[in-house]
Design a protein around this ligand. Structure first.
Ligand SMILES: Cc1cc2nc3c(=O)[nH]c(=O)nc-3n(C[C@H](O)[C@H](O)[C@H](O)COP(=O)(O)O)c2cc1C
Length: 202
């Protein structure tokens, strides 16, 4: 990764976290191996969850293994995402169980836990020097119907996965963002010392 994309933190953080970002330039021709896909799913599998319920589920579409299924998944993406995802090798969907497996009661942490599992997956992708780009822009109803997702499960995000490619391979309108520095709110805006609004200071 380029230094422009590395997280500029106020104190050092782990390199894996600093180096994860959401590229759009993905090599359309390089396969993601079954071993690599398995590693991503294993990383997700070992996320923490409320009561250890593991409410996340992942659907996997490998264009090189089943291009029809991949196409069906691709067709669920919002048009704006389709323009850069194009022929990316692997698509995933992260889906959250809305009920606890143990007692069928509503699990209001199901989506929280699925987000944690998805971040594990993205960090593992960064460790393997793969791109993983999460997307909320997709048709949830279409995805649910096309792939038989049960009613108690909520699709949260689709994730484009592949090997990185040069920014120049992207359609023009995405190129600038691909090389621009990443921004975050300052720490005191998002962390409070003891009392809401009392911005955290180093
Ligand atoms: C739940 C979620 C939904 C997102 N939806 C989209 C999307 O539909 N299209 C897109 O290009 N990026 C999407 N992103 C990527 C974000 O724009 C990106 O994570 C954010 O700008 C921070 O950039 P970074 O991941 O490079 O740090 C999404 C990210 C998350 C976590």
């Amino acid at each position: 990764m380029t230094d422009t994309k590395r997280a500029a933190s106020s104190v050092p953080i782990h390199d894996l976290i600093a180096s994860r970002w959401s590229p759009r330039a993905i090599d359309q021709d390089t396969r993601v191996t079954r071993q690599q896909i398995t590693a991503l799913l294993e990383a997700a599998r070992w996320a923490p969850s409320c009561f250890g319920d593991q409410p996340w589920r992942f659907l996997v579409w490998d264009r090189f293994a089943d291009s029809d299924a991949w196409q069906q998944a691709f067709d669920c993406l919002a048009e704006g995402n389709q323009t850069w995802v194009r022929q990316c090798p692997v698509l995933l969907a992260a889906v959250a169980h809305s009920e606890f497996e143990r007692n069928g009661k509503p699990n209001r942490w199901g989506q929280y836990d699925t987000g944690a599992a998805s971040e594990n997956l993205c960090l593992q992708a960064a460790a393997l020097e793969l791109v993983a780009h999460q997307m909320g822009g997709f048709d949830k109803t279409r995805l649910t119907a096309a792939f038989g997702i049960p009613e108690r499960f909520t699709p949260m995000a689709m994730i484009a996965v592949g090997a990185p490619a040069a920014p120049e391979t992207l359609p023009e309108k995405f190129r600038e963002a691909e090389t621009a520095p990443r921004n975050r709110r300052p720490l005191p805006e998002l962390a409070f010392d003891g009392r809401w609004g009392s911005g955290f200071r180093i």
